[in-house]
Write a protein that binds this ligand. Sequence first.
Ligand SMILES: [Zn+2]
Length: 405
Amino acid sequence: MMLVSEEWEIQVDRQNSPHQFSTDYGALQDEQLNRYIGQVGASMIPHTHRRHMPYSFRGVNAAYINAYAFPGGSIAATRGILLSLESEAALSSLLGHELGHVNARHTAEQMSKGMLIQAVVGGIGAYAGTHGEVYGQLASQLGMLGAGALLASYSRDNEREADYLGMTYMVRTGYGTEGFLELMSMLNGLHKGHADAASLLFATHPMSQERYDTAILRGNSEFSYAKGRPLNRERYMDHTAGLRKLKPAIQNFQKGEERMAEGAYDKAEAYFQQGLKISPSDYAGLVMMAKCRYMQKKYETALRFSEKAKRAYPEEAQANHLSGLAKINLKEFEGAVQDFTAYENKLPGNPNTIFYRGYAFECMGNKQRSAEDYYRFLQQVTEGAQAKHAYQRLVQWGFVGQPGR
Ligand SMILES: [Zn+2]
């Protein structure tokens, strides 16, 4: 029974996906590679069951290993997972698996079952479910807005179905089934090795030996006719050549993030430093370093790294949020307001940014502007310490009546 409409799926996608892409450090700036991912994805759409959906495909700058789909068809793969693949057929298998989730309407199904209560943007701790508790706290402290709850809801049955649809779509598109086995073998290897960088991947897409075995079985039976078809290894290698050069940097960022998730900021910092030595203007690396320094309460350096990050990728919003937070701690409130406003212009609708801008206005003594932001924040978030703070100020300043009077 499906209680959720297609309009809802598209709406939830539009509201959530831009925030998740920003939390993953934005779409790849490597236009050529991004276009290639888009082309491989687009070539599969005519072979899916819901051809009319507004699909879009991109790589994102995050270093950890993952790929995900929003229910309206917005699909992303991180630099971490793009580096783990070795052929276009494997990429099409990955995108096919994500298309499978969209086509089988798995998010809508979880929603109908009541598995997804806080699916829509507004919650601050949405990350805890997928990144572990320390990271969840870190994320909420930094005001990062993820769609963890939305993406972590697939069941093992959902995975089986997405695998089946994924293989169907890539075979229909003309690729050899060996590409799908390549993907499954890579995932299974990570799964067995309990690679930390992949832990989020398995929170969103549970892996098992059974998934791997089933793929081999299908490759030898139902889809055996597609064995030996093109895998386009060289084309994949050509298009990812630039990314591959950054592999040592991205591996350092991965390790740094894993240490950050454990709260080991000194160790994390050393990895970020190594990574930035190899790729000095890497937006994701710079923002990670800024976060790390912020958590160490080194606000001056946190600010310096977020300023560098802003210059490295001016269209992306996350660095503005960090820069604003650092400025609040350095008592540069006007600058903080400018940063949060810049963020809001690039990526509207993050309640955390609105709260902190309200807070910066409060520190400047501008009650009117502060109250406006606190009011807007409370329209999205009604629980937690920030909501309490915002509400108390509105009462204190006479913008809302005191309860019980
Ligand atoms: Zn999956």
